[in-house]
Every structure is written in C-alpha cells, then in structure tokens.
Design a protein around this ligand. Structure first.
Ligand code: UDP
Ligand code: MG
Length: 310
C-alpha cells in the first residue's frame, strides 16, 4: 500500500470541550501510520473547546485550528476545513465519536483502489430513536423523489473525498452548501465502508428537531425546484375543482332553486383549504426567494478569528 500521501482530517467542533481529548485518544493511534494533518474548525464555541485544541496543537504541529468569529453552522465549518486542507484526500468526521475513527484505514484502501468518494454508511440506526429513524427515512425518500441528483441515504458527513472532489467543492460559487447533495452531484466514482453509529460520547446533539427540519428544507430547496412546480399543479387542481363547483352551484340555482341554500360548513372548509394551500405555496416561493436573496447579498460564508498551525 502506498503511504506516501497526505491525509487531512477535518473536524467541525461546536461546544465540544470534553470530546476533543477523547477523540484524539482514539483518532491518533489509527492515523499515525500515515502522513496527516488534523484540522479542527471551531464553529464559534462558547466553552473551552478552542483552549483544549490549542493545548494539543502546541505539542503537535499536525493538529491545526481554525476558529470562526461566531457560529456559522456545521456545513460552513466543513467547508472551511476543505478550503484549508492540503491533503491528497480529506476525511470529515464529527467530534463526538459517533463516527468511529477505526474505519479510516478501510476508507483509505477503497480510495487507493480508485474511489473518489468513500462514504461511511450506517449499517444500523440503533442509537437513534424511532422518531429520528422515521423522519430520516421520510426525508431521504422525499429528497430523492424531488431531486434529480440521487442523494445516498444513511450517510451523513462522515466521508473521504479525493483532492479532485475537494477542489470541486472549493470552487463552487454558491453560498448555500448542502454538502451531502453537492458531493453526490458530481457523480464521482463512489464506494462505501459500513459502520455502526455509536452513541455521543459526552454532551448533547446540536441538532434538535427544528434544526433538522430547517436542514431538510435547505437540502430540498438547494437540489430541486420541483416544489414550485408542485405548487403550480396544486393551483391548477384547485382551480379546476373551483370551476366545477361554480357550474354545479349555477345548475342548482337555476334548475333546483328549492334546495339552493348550502350550509356554511362547505364554505368554511373551502376557505380554510384554499387559505392553507395559498399560504404553503407562498411559503415555498418564499424559500426560493430567500435563497436568491442570500446569494445576491454575497456575504462571506464565514469569518475567521484565528488560525493555528496553518
Ligand atoms: N457542529 C458544528 N456547528 C454547529 C453544530 C454542530 O460544528 O452549529 C459540530 C459538532 O461539534 C459535531 C458535529 O458538528 O462535531 C455534529 O453535531 P452533532 O453531534 O451535534 O449532531 P448529530 O450527530 O446529533 O446529528
Ligand atoms: Mg453527533
């Protein structure tokens, strides 16, 4: 096996002061066979995460740190990691040891056999509760139904990317970064390594349901404009029904005037239904308008406070 390459490990961290030491204890023995760099991207942590990493970075120059000015989100932290990585391949993983580092050598083997993307794919979702499992399943079904790019399910952001794919991501102009979709979009040769997702070692998830929901919406609107089309179809369907309703009402009024008075219930249901559909469609349009607005503003994707060993 050729070991003459540089491996970049990218780890976004947000309030993970307790995870850092555990993570390095497990990660370093696995990757010490290779030439490597570990890039921690501190996504505006409010605890001692940066201090913990700095302590390690002082002793080991292969450990690097990029600190954001504030919290810019997991996807942006990953992007910054890719932007500063020097490796021939880059592995991104979570700091909380839910992604076991022990499978990195297997990913590297598959990469050396020619895969440009090696996903770590969850074999089971034992650690997730019923609700998370079902919502995740629904999300992947929905996004794959809507999007032209097939987005692999049961893979998160634990993956190895070849330099070519990293460069492709670096040179994208768009601000909204739904990395799981963008990585798949390029249709690079792909392979999988299976693993069992473990429990978070310390602390709590930063992705409660509301954030997951927003993440899902971002993913869908980044990869498909079908919701707009569906809104149009809805409009046509409802308008057709309305038209049939008009004819029906007129016929009754002129031919059966004795029982013309229709109860308020039909009216009420009709208004609520139409109102609901209208609001949803405005919401859908709004999602896309918001996206366009953000792209046009063209603000920097993140601001860096400090860099260490980079
Ligand atoms: N994270 C981040 N910025 C955020 C939220 C999370 O960089 O705004 C990091 C976090 O420190 C962890 C990874 O992203 O390394 C995944 O987050 P988490 O474990 O909370 O998500 P989950 O595994 O529950 O989906
Ligand atoms: Mg986690």
């Amino acid at each position: 096996m050729d070991k003459n390459f540089l491996l970049s490990i990218i780890i976004p961290v947000y309030n993970e002061e307790k995870s850092v030491a555990f993570l390095l204890d497990r990660l370093l023995p696995v990757i010490k066979l290779y030439r490597f760099e570990i890039i921690f991207v501190n996504d505006g942590s409010k605890d001692r995460t940066a201090a913990e990493i700095k302590k390690c970075a002082q002793k080991n120059k292969q450990i690097k740190l990029i600190s954001f000015q504030r919290n810019f989100g997991h996807q942006m932290a990953l992007m910054a990691g890719y932007q500063y990585s020097m490796g021939n391949c880059a592995v991104s993983l979570d700091a909380d040891l839910q992604d076991p580092p022990e499978i990195i050598p297997a990913m590297i083997v598959k990469w050396q056999k020619g895969a440009k993307i090696v996903y770590a794919k969850r074999q089971t979702r034992e650690v997730d509760n019923f609700f998370k499992k079902q919502t995740a399943r629904f999300f992947y079904r929905l996004i794959n139904f809507l999007s032209d790019t097939p987005i692999p399910s049961d893979v998160a952001d634990y993956r190895l990317l070849d330099r070519e794919v990293v460069d492709f991501l670096k040179h994208l102009k768009e601000h909204a970064r739904f990395l799981r979709g963008l990585v798949a979009w390029g249709n690079y040769p792909t392979n999988y390594v299976f693993f069992k997702r473990e429990k978070r070692i310390v602390g709590e998830t930063h992705y409660p349901f509301s954030k997951m929901f927003n993440f899902a919406l971002d993913g869908i609107t980044s990869f498909s404009i079908k919701p707009l089309r569906i809104a149009t179809y809805f409009g046509f369907t409802v308008a057709t029904l309305g038209f049939i309703g008009i004819i029906y009402t007129l016929v009754r009024k002129f031919f059966y005037p004795q029982d013309y008075i229709i109860g308020w219930a039909g009216l009420f249901v009709g208004i609520m239904f139409l109102g609901g559909i209208q609001l949803i469609t405005i919401g859908i349009i709004g999602e896309y308008v918001g996206k366009i607005y953000q792209e046009v503003q063209n603000r920097p994707q993140y601001l860096i406070k400090e860099k260490i060993n980079i």
